[in-house]
Ligand binder design. Structure first.
Ligand code: HEC
Ligand SMILES: [Ca+2]
Length: 491
């Protein structure tokens, strides 16, 4: 395979005649607004903002209506005039119009603390399967702008990473944070910095704590270049009340030859199968053309032994001599969550599409998840992606279990596995950056679709991570300013 250096591929991208392609908004304005209204609220045809559909109202249903038309009702067929990708762009655009309308009507979907009669710290949130209260946990730290990940020590103390580089240990109920000295220096660059923190499943026996972070290998053509690194180490007392990072071992770092100056898509979560393996998710670092290539670590999920070596058994690409070490799945964009479902052994990954098409994927060995050839998204500038319809399966790629269109920019996620909220046991909780929401999702029994979805919180900040605490509460980390919340039962 011919591999271009990052700078050359960026030039190629810039040379693509993007201006020739119309944006989703333009296509709508020129073809659809006359009958459906500029905002979708209806004109000569009825509103597309309500839930009164002629078809089933799913993405496929809407796509088919635009493609084939509804001739008996006066909806023209666009299958001849628009490419499949352009038709798809109208589905995305229509979902965006619907979201705009829903937000305008209901700016705080559930309730925003401090408004609408819900007083912060005392408000009771009545939701489908639980009634809860939101509490802020005080964290006194020198800086806490962007807490990135949250986990817990067995004694209940809270581990927090701060993207700028601090690993913090906070008392169980909040209070003065202790910064762990001697953690790796991070390359604070764009979306990079200190990223995930996770405890080894056998932490009580071996004391291993895993950290991921962006790191630079130096300069190329006058610019710093880097990628994501994964290490483990131990947190030990320093003898005078402080904490130190010790015994560091490298778990994984992609080939330095692939380091690039881009500030995006570092991926980085850890997941453990409890059987000696650690799974890590790598973003495509803006090199989307490489996500489907087995010989680079861009846009991949890897499975490694916990000490970073390649497992002797069960590697799906063992027959591909060029495959990167530990390769498990490919075709990812920027996975921001990677987690096992308790009890089932199923591994899930959650990743961002550019504009629409954020995905929950069931991660199964050897599979490809389609990026960047297939995605339920459109480009940031509103142009359709390529010429194809987005259906992954028709192209031999793995369909997501669930997609968000418009994007919510999902980040950390957790399965709830405690007793405080019996109605939530086994449910998946997903944070959102852009929409500033906490979503609850109940997966179907076979784990391949979503049975329930609910927005629990909106408007308390960009949410980075969520975790089930040892106290049974759901803990949430919000950023800018960094804040930690606990979702606790109302009574
Ligand atoms: C000549 C008028 C007209 C134009 C132009 C038009 N539509 Fe429609 N459309 C209709 C009518 C009529 C219906 C049937 C239901 C109704 O009255 O809203 C409909 C229905 C739909 C539906 C709903 C399907 C369902 O399951 O209920 C979608 C989606 C839709 N149009 C999208 C579009 C898009 C996208 C465009 C532009 C590419 C477009 N329409 C252009 C008249 C039009
Ligand atoms: Ca995909």
């Amino acid at each position: 395979m011919l591999r271009l250096p990052a700078a050359a591929s960026a030039l190629l991208l810039a040379a693509t005649p993007a201006a020739a392609q119309s944006t989703a908004a333009k296509i709508w304005e020129q073809n659809c607004a006359s009958c459906h209204g500029a905002d979708g609220a209806g004109n000569s045809a009825s509103s597309l903002l309500d839930d009164d559909w002629e078809t089933d109202g799913t993405d496929r249903g809407l796509y088919a209506s635009i493609d084939d038309g509804l001739k008996h009702l006066g909806m023209p067929a666009y299958g001849g005039a628009l490419t499949p990708a352009e038709i798809w762009s109208q589905v995305v655009y229509l979902r965006e119009l619907r979201e705009d309308a829903e937000r305008a009507e209901n700016p705080a979907a559930v309730a925003k603390p401090g408004t609408g009669g819900v007083k912060e710290g005392t408000g009771v949130y009545a939701t489908d399967r639980a009634t809860f209260r939101l509490e802020e946990v005080p964290v006194n730290a020198a800086t806490l702008e962007r807490p990135w990940a949250i986990d817990f020590l067995p004694d209940g103390r809270v581990l927090l990473t701060e993207r700028a580089g601090a690993l913090l240990v906070v008392p169980a109920g909040g209070g003065d944070a202790v910064r762990v000295a001697g953690t790796p220096r991070v390359w604070e660059h764009g979306q990079g910095g200190l990223l995930d923190v996770a405890l080894d499943p056998a932490y009580r026996d071996n004391g291993w704590v895993y950290l991921s972070f962006s790191t630079s290998s130096g300069e190329r053509d006058g610019r710093a270049v880097g990628n994501t690194a994964f290490v483990r180490g131990r947190i030990a007392g320093d003898g005078s009340g402080g904490l130190r990072w010790e015994d560091q071992q490298l778990v994984h770092r992609p080939d330095e030859a692939d380091d690039g100056p881009q500030g995006v898509h570092f991926g980085s979560r850890f997941a453990f199968d409890g059987d000696g393996h650690v799974f890590v998710a790598l973003g495509e670092r803006g090199r989307n053309e490489l996500s489907l290539e087995t010989d680079t670590a861009f846009g991949k999920v890897l499975r490694l032994d916990e000490d970073g070596s390649v497992p002797a058994d069960g590697q799906p690409f063992a027959d591909d001599p060029a495959a990167v070490r530990g390769l498990w799945t490919l075709g990812h964009r920027n996975p921001q969550a990677l987690l096992f479902q308790p009890g089932s052994g199923r591994l899930y990954g959650i990743e961002h599409g550019p504009r629409g098409g954020d995905e929950i994927n069931l991660i199964e060995p050897g599979r490809s998840y389609g990026w960047s050839r297939y995605s339920y998204s459109i480009n940031y500038n509103g142009t359709p992606r390529g010429r194809n319809a987005p259906w992954h399966a028709e192209a031999g790629e793995t369909e997501p279990v669930f997609t968000w269109t418009p994007s919510i920019a999902p980040c950390g996620a957790a399965f709830y596995d405690a007793d405080a909220f019996p109605g939530w046991r086994g449910d998946l909780f997903v944070t959102s950056l852009v929409k500033q929401e906490l979503h609850r999702i109940r997966l179907s029994k076979d784990g391949r679709s979503v049975a329930e979805q609910e927005v629990l919180l909106r408007g308390i900040g960009r949410l980075r991570d969520v975790a089930t605490g040892p106290d049974g509460a759901l803990w949430i980390a919000a950023e800018k300013p960094g804040r930690v919340f606990r979702v606790v039962p109302a009574s």
